[in-house]
Write a protein that binds this ligand. Structure first.
Ligand code: COO
Length: 260
């Protein structure tokens, strides 16, 4: 029996992270958050990891958000500290150099959806429900939901979902652009790994710089965004991978990228 709140597995350049609190709906306890931060700290310096897939244990829940049982025992200062811990953990996920794919295997509510919003891609099981439910609990999304959701689906629909705390089905999430794919439950992990395997074939420095340029330039004016893209592109020029790409093209073979 694994009593770790996070289970990790690395296979062929892909790190799989599983939120492992099935008896507590994979809720974000303080312990789970600290374990997540440890995993992210190791992953960001591990060049053998080229893509990350994050999912929940079991079939019903991806992540039920903040641990409300822990929360009920906290005073105001402890709540502030814990929400900051969730926000910091989610922010660390978003700034990982590798692409992160959320395989949403079930309910993603509150901080659980905020975690998925900080990922680069989201695939939802057909059975998944998604919602920023915080206003139904007398609070607001505190781990980036008020910022990342509008960036993804627009202000109007974001206000509707946050004000109503509505839990939406995977198909609606796909229609509004909250997720990129919806899969049958039995195909969810396969689709996530299919995407991850496509990503790990490409040059890791280029992938990291493309992620950085998109994330940093997205909400800036075009001129500033283009200067960010220019700086990111120029970091790929001196790489051995760039020369390998040209060589592979000439030799009509698949490139072998080493991340240098
Ligand atoms: C959840 C759910 C919809 C799951 O519902 P189920 O009907 O499948 O299962 P239960 O509701 O019985 O939950 C299972 C289990 O997990 C139960 O424990 P026991 O009573 O000991 O059997 C629940 O108490 C526990 N559980 C579920 N969610 C949580 C939890 N423990 C601690 N914390 C949480 N969050 O029932 C559901 O709706 N959960 C609340 C989702 C939600 O609104 N989250 C937002 C919290 S605020 C926030 O995230 C803020 C971030 C900054 C998932």
């Amino acid at each position: 029996m694994n009593d770790k709140a996070i289970i990790t597995e690395v296979n062929e350049g892909i790190l799989k992270i599983e939120l492992n609190r099935p008896k507590a709906a994979n809720a974000l306890s303080i312990n789970m958050l600290k374990e997540l931060q440890e995993v992210f700290e190791l992953a960001k310096y591990d060049q053998s990891i080229r893509c990350i897939v994050i999912t929940g244990s079991g079939e019903k829940v991806f992540c039920a958000g903040a641990d409300l049982k822990e929360r009920a025992e906290m005073d105001a200062i402890q709540v502030k500290k814990t929400v900051s811990l969730i926000r910091e953990t989610v922010n660390e996920l978003e700034t990982l150099p590798q692409p992160v794919i959320a395989a949403i295997n079930g309910a993603a509510f509150g901080g659980g959806l905020e975690l998925a919003l900080a990922c680069d891609l989201r695939i939802a099981s057909q059975t998944a429900k998604l919602g920023l439910t915080e206003t139904s609990l007398g609070i607001i999304p505190g781990a980036g939901g008020t910022q990342r959701l509008p960036q993804l689906i627009g202000k109007g629909k974001s206000k509707e979902l946050i004000f109503t705390a509505r839990k939406i089905a995977a198909e609606e999430a796909l229609q509004i652009g909250l997720v990129e794919y919806v899969e049958e439950p039995e195909n969810l992990e396969g689709k996530a790994l299919e995407l991850a395997n496509q990503i790990v074939q490409n040059a890791p420095i280029a992938i990291t710089q493309a992620k950085k340029a998109i994330n940093e330039g997205y909400h800036l004016d075009l001129t500033t965004g283009l200067s960010i893209e220019k700086a990111a592109y120029e970091l790929t020029i001196p790489t051995r991978d760039r020369l390998e790409g040209l060589k592979a093209f000439k030799e009509k073979r698949r490139p072998h990228y080493i991340g240098e």
